[in-house]
Write a protein that binds this ligand. Sequence first.
Ligand SMILES: Nc1ncnc2c1ncn2[C@@H]1O[C@H](COP(=O)(O)OP(=O)(O)OP(=O)(O)O)[C@@H](O)[C@H]1O
Ligand code: SF4
Ligand SMILES: [Mg+2]
Length: 358
Amino acid sequence: MTQHEDNLGGAAIRPAPVDSGAFLQVRELRVHFPTDDGVVRSVDDLSFSVDRGKTLGIVGESGSGKSVTSLSIMGLHKRGTAKITGEILLDGQNLVGMSPERVRLLRGKRMAMIFQDPLSAMHPFYSVGSQIIEAYRIHNKVTKAVARKHAIDLLDRVGIPNPKSRVDDYPHQFSGGMRQRAMIAMALSCDPELLIADEPTTALDVTVQAQILDLIRDLQAEFNSAVVIITHDLGVVAELADDIMVMYAGRAVEYSTAADIFNSPQHPYTWGLLGSMPRLDRERTERLQPIKGTPPSLINVPEGCPFNPRCAYAGTNGDLSFTVRPEFRDVGGGHHIACHLGAEDRLRIWDTEIRPKL
Ligand SMILES: Nc1ncnc2c1ncn2[C@@H]1O[C@H](COP(=O)(O)OP(=O)(O)OP(=O)(O)O)[C@@H](O)[C@H]1O
Ligand code: SF4
Ligand SMILES: [Mg+2]
């Protein structure tokens, strides 16, 4: 809650969409990095939840705090670098403040992550197979032979050809797409109940992208895991996500079902993201233009709405967008936005200016 909102009558701010029964619940998460230039507010009051069997898509431009959020859940920030407050409840246990040893035990067994860059998650000097075997044996008291068989099965599952021989290859012997698959195999080695996939398809060609997303979907169906897919590209989560959270400058700006986000988005930033999605059937000139400008520094976030320097509608309500941070609120049926535009304005703009150009 900002000082401004406090001053506006002190009405209780509705919490963001957190289902109190969900497997993962993130509540009022703040991740700040003190640096020589000032405090980087990478995540600033973020709340969301994901239940078993469900997929949440987190979407936002580069630097919006997506990876910092996932690394916080996994307990993977370098010790002492990040100041983390709020709650991250995994099946009811709060991970914030938990000892690194206990979080390490949960990682792999109950939660796992597919990283943006597979090479960063794999050790270059150990074979792919030995890394999967290692991950599996940390949590399962099995012989090396059993773990090796499990690794080969997993590589087969994720579509690595000749897994029996490729299991002994080193990461550099795999192509980008195969490394991504191998990392998925590693992440899935202990059937995690929560899987976070951070840009699982960036840098892969379109066919491999589709295969990787299909794979995540199949594995989720099999294990009934809670899945978070992080991407800067709304297209990636269009078919996969049940719900979508759009992030800007370390905060949620819109949250709803995927169908709502695509059919009746209500936040100007989401309109911009939709306008940036590639379309082959229309000339760019007759379409909505991609969002101009760049996201703000997270050390000096603009006063009022952080999106105001880039928003075409910032002047709609006098100087409100420049002075008061918009509350993240329910605008109907659980659809949340953080924007000062009133319902009438939003509908009018969507119907007359945005939808015809998408
Ligand atoms: N250890 C750190 N110290 C200081 N600032 C950091 C640290 N880690 C991340 N940040 C900053 O936090 C912000 C959010 O970074 P994050 O990696 O979460 O972005 P992202 O949404 O994942 O972007 P991308 O789409 O490029 O992966 C960035 O401004 C980044 O520079
Ligand atoms: S609050 Fe104002 S600046 Fe922010 S998105 Fe809404 S209209 Fe644009
Ligand atoms: Mg990232």
